[in-house]
Design a protein around this ligand. Sequence first.
Ligand code: FE
Length: 336
Amino acid sequence: MSIHRIFLVFVMGLSTGLTPVAGSASDEIVVYTARKEHLVKPLFDAYTEKTGVNIKYITDKAAPLLARLQAEGKNSPADMLITVDAGNLWQAAEKGVLAPVKSEILEQNIPTHLRDPEGRWFGLSVRARTIVYATDRVKKNELSSYENLADPVWKGRLCLRTSKKVYNQSLVAMMIAEKGEKETESVVKGWVNNLAAAPFSNDTKVMEAIAAGQCDVGIVNTYYYGRLMKKEKDLKLALFWPNQDSRGVHINISGAGVTTNANNREQAIKLLEWLSGTEAQTILVSLNMEYPANPAINADATVVAWGEFKQDQLNVAKAGELQTSAVMLMDRAGYK
Ligand code: FE
């Protein structure tokens, strides 16, 4: 019997009341998380200390966790799913593994554009995907918008991460939602024409290429910038907030939802509510240089120093709804 199997039987036993052992199902929550252990364990530990409720968790990538929830169906031990990217949360809701939650606390703590209109998932942290540039080769006033990076003035000066990454699929999906397919396609074609190098496998490589002089501008999530600058303080790189006189900076979320087949729905909702509140949000922003989803909480000091910006207010659910269109559009535009 595998450990997982034992675990499953154990949890199922609890939920069906066959195993009346110390600690009933009502004080244990099972979480499937696509966030890494070091980003969730401090939160869970704090919650357990505060409430006495135990949290069991499994970490994996978003896609296998979703597949697992679907395969397990009614037998799933999971009460909650935590993952990154609105597209992934939207997919999970589409596949029916997340159940609607109606909670005044969540509605108060999490702004409308950062949660599912039907309450199946809620943003817990915000990640900004913005422009990064070489301060010795680009003047701030030469930059304006994501669209502007398609201008021939950036020919041979742009570096991008691969279009296979969901972050870029969400960026393009949100652009489609706001500007339509036709205009978005011409922007993406312009980006491709301006590339200094084939798309990179991650955001850090994009910034390293800019720092090395291979290109002058790129698009990255700010926490990668924060991590790199902590390691290499002398890099001549800076962040720029685009589209400030239009729709705002593209943002995405990490978030969570209560599962459809939760054995412990009530406790899972309580945990989700706590995750959206001051204590958890303060821990969360100290762990990964992300922005809090709850606007009442301040970001970490390093992050605050990058300056304030206007975020896109369109519901991030659009990133999921238009993901397929975005993937097809990027393919047509030759964005690898
Ligand atoms: Fe990331």
